[in-house]
Ligand binder design. Structure first.
Ligand SMILES: C[S@@+](CC[C@H](N)C(=O)[O-])C[C@H]1O[C@@H](n2cnc3c(N)ncnc32)[C@H](O)[C@@H]1O
Length: 243
């Protein structure tokens, strides 16, 4: 469809001042500081919408408890720590996020979830989790993260590296809509603006295809829509993949 690149070009033109700020390194650092405040407002609203799905998904975490008898969990792109309430008591948690400005919100969420045992706070991108040894964790969790990362494949490779054999990667992501739908059309048109104001988040990622390509022994994946259906972040995938 020719209309999409045309509209995208117009949007890029409108975004020129922001592109200039980005080239000067000013836009990125501004976003990194402001985004945690935005997420602190957005995450509870989003959690309310997907509460049932998250509760159902995370209720299965315990079956991946390791030989130590305790569940060792690494969350990537932890953000404000909106998932902590869903983790089982005694869970040994390591949080990682490349944006250190989330720390204040993360610590607040940790103080409200004393049923968890904090093992570490790591400032790192999902593509490079070098502080976590090979096969060290039972479960890796990532929600609304793979839409923002530089390389989904590199993140999934790191996830596979840090998981013990038989461990699982839990995910919940908004994804690209059906290519014949209007939602997909608007996802492609809005992508440049969304990336600028959403800290690099892409609306049209084919995350399920990346998951299928990886060397997981089992992939449990389900599609669902968050209401209202017309919003470009409505199509979602949820599930877990076993190493
Ligand atoms: C939309 S927020 C989601 C936060 C949280 N997981 C949630 O569900 O509310 C995206 C998160 O991914 C993080 N992020 C961005 N790029 C990343 C990367 N390359 N690796 C890991 N996390 C990343 C951001 O700092 C932010 O915390």
């Amino acid at each position: 469809m020719l209309l999409v690149p045309l509209l995208q070009r117009c949007i890029h033109l409108l975004l020129l001042p922001i592109h200039i700020l980005a080239c000067l390194g000013l836009w990125g650092s501004f976003c990194k500081r402001v985004f945690p405040y935005v997420m602190a407002k957005v995450a509870p609203v989003y959690n309310h919408k997907v509460y049932k799905q998250k509760q159902e998904l995370f209720s299965t975490l315990r079956k991946f408890t390791g030989p130590s008898g305790q569940l060792t969990l690494l969350e990537i792109g932890t953000g404000t720590g909106t998932n902590f309430q869903f983790y089982p008591p005694g869970c040994r948690l390591t949080c990682s996020d490349p944006n250190p400005h989330f720390r204040k919100f993360l610590l607040k969420s940790l103080s409200e979830n004393q049923h968890l045992k904090l093992e570490g706070l790591v400032v790192a991108s999902g593509e490079d989790l070098q502080e976590i040894p090979d096969g060290a964790v039972d479960v890796v969790v990532g929600t609304l993260v793979l839409c923002s990362v530089g390389s989904v494949r590199r993140v999934l490779r790191e996830v596979l590296r840090v998981l013990r054999r038989g461990g699982a990667f839990y995910f919940l992501e908004h994804v690209a809509a059906d290519h014949s739908s209007w939602t997909y059309f608007w996802q492609k048109v809005c992508d440049p603006v969304w990336k600028c104001f959403g800290d690099g988040c892409s609306l049209s990622r084919e995350t399920q295809m990346e998951l299928e390509k990886m060397n997981f022994s089992e992939l449990n994946l389900r599609h669902f829509h968050v209401t209202p259906y017309w919003i470009p972040t409505s199509p979602h995938i949820i599930g877990y993949a076993v190493k």
